[in-house]
Design a protein around this ligand. Structure first.
Ligand code: LMR
Length: 399
């Protein structure tokens, strides 16, 4: 009966984590998945999260179904963080926001909505992008193409090619964008480039879909949301999927949100209704625990400030690791330029290693990168950074 069912080769990121876990090399280092580990190589529980957990646990309360759209405080937290609490689009009630099962859930619900209401739209993603972007949109029967983005020869962005490509797309085509900490390259547009790109998107009447999973890990909470706020200010229709997996270190709780900026209140109400209906058809309503943590932290001034400080602490530790890795590599491989390591933002660095070099790192040294050469800098710490730098230098030597 199931002979015709295709074999699933596994996920390029999650499959690697399984391989890492099974590796018996005592020196192994996991630089594959986008997870932040602290200086002791531990997954942190943020202090603000501990406080919120204590409030939830005392007293232990019943667990009703949440509304299909999630907790109101969860939705408000997404809106305030993405658009800024005093944003006109929020005051004008033109943003339809639902809580979602992580950022992936937000992308799925958004893509389902687009497939239903814009059935002719194609979706264009950056070359390269997070592999699951393509899988999620294709999984909703949307045709996916790529726009030029990363320039391997300069470790920068092919901005002119990107603009020319996006400038010829059709009305209502979807352009999937990373407002900060581009995954996998760590290479972001400047504010001036965002301004120019959003002008083209407006002129062509395209639909921007911004996926933000690393807010706070790039520059700061506000600057990382620059593109989102600029699009809001320009009155563009806009989809935003956001995730709290990384910046609340709540990976397994699957806390995210989907927001859609609409031209009017009545359209926002209709869009909200359809998003909710989409949720009902897939999973009815989100789980409550992560949403309650988020609600408590984001809607309490002191806890919010504490959270921001904790995110910046993670951001700064990653930056320190970038500096350290770069300095060891520069000393060991002087012929090669490693500026990209400190120029790139967020958790990832696109190392430019060949698939063979990535393979050697894994088999000979137990150092795991994604095969496209993406390295998660948040897996480095003072104890393993020299080992990783030496391993990289070794595989780069025989180029
Ligand atoms: C990543 O890119 O490593 C993370 O976003 C985790 C994932 O789900 O792929």
């Amino acid at each position: 009966m199931f002979e015709r069912v295709d074999y699933y080769a596994g996920d390029p990121i999650l499959g690697l984590v399984e391989k890492f876990n099974a590796d018996s090399n005592p020196n192994k280092v996991n630089l594959s998945i986008g997870i932040y580990y602290d200086e002791n190589n531990k997954l942190p529980v943020l202090e603000c999260v501990k406080t919120a957990e204590q409030r939830i646990a005392n007293p232990i309360s019943p667990r009703p179904y949440l509304p299909m759209s999630g907790l109101p405080g969860h939705r408000l937290a997404c809106q305030n963080l993405l658009f800024g609490a005093d944003a006109p689009v929020l005051q004008e009630k033109r943003v339809a926001t639902i809580a979602t099962i992580g950022g992936s859930g937000a992308l799925k619900v958004g893509a389902e909505f687009i497939h239903e209401w814009f059935p002719k739209s194609k979706c264009y993603v950056s070359d390269p992008t997070w592999a699951n972007h393509i899988a999620i949109f294709e999984g909703c029967d949307i045709e996916v193409g790529t726009y030029p983005y990363y320039d391997k020869s300069t470790n920068g962005i092919k901005f002119d090619d990107m603009m020319a490509f996006i400038g010829q797309l059709h009305k209502h085509d979807v352009v999937l964008l990373h407002p900060c900490c581009h995954n996998p390259t760590g290479t972001d547009l400047t504010q001036a480039q965002w301004d120019a790109l959003l002008d083209v998107i407006k002129e062509r009447e395209l639909i921007p879909f911004m996926d933000i999973a690393y807010q706070g890990f790039g520059q700061d909470m506000d600057s990382d949301a620059y593109a989102i706020r600029k699009a809001a200010e320009m009155n563009l229709p806009l989809f935003v999927s956001n995730s709290f997996s990384k910046n609340l270190s709540l990976y397994g709780e699957r806390v995210g949100g989907l927001s859609v900026i609409c031209p009017s209140i009545s359209e926002a109400e209709r869009v909200f209704g359809q998003l909710v209906y989409t949720v009902r058809r897939i999973y009815t309503s989100p789980p409550s625990h992560g949403g309650r943590i988020l609600d408590i932290i984001m809607n309490d001034d002191a806890l919010y400030q504490q959270w921001v400080g904790e995110v910046y602490g993670m951001r700064d530790r990653i930056k320190a690791m970038r500096l350290k890795l770069k300095s060891v590599l520069e000393a060991k491989v002087p012929a090669r330029n490693f500026d990209y390591i400190t120029n790139q933002n967020g958790m990832f660095s696109f190392t430019g290693l060949t698939p063979e070099q990535v393979e050697r790192l894994q088999t000979e040294f137990g150092v795991y990168l994604i095969s496209n050469s993406r390295m998660c800098m948040a897996g480095l710490n003072v104890d393993n950074v020299d080992y990783v730098a030496n391993a990289m230098a070794e595989v780069l030597k025989v180029e």
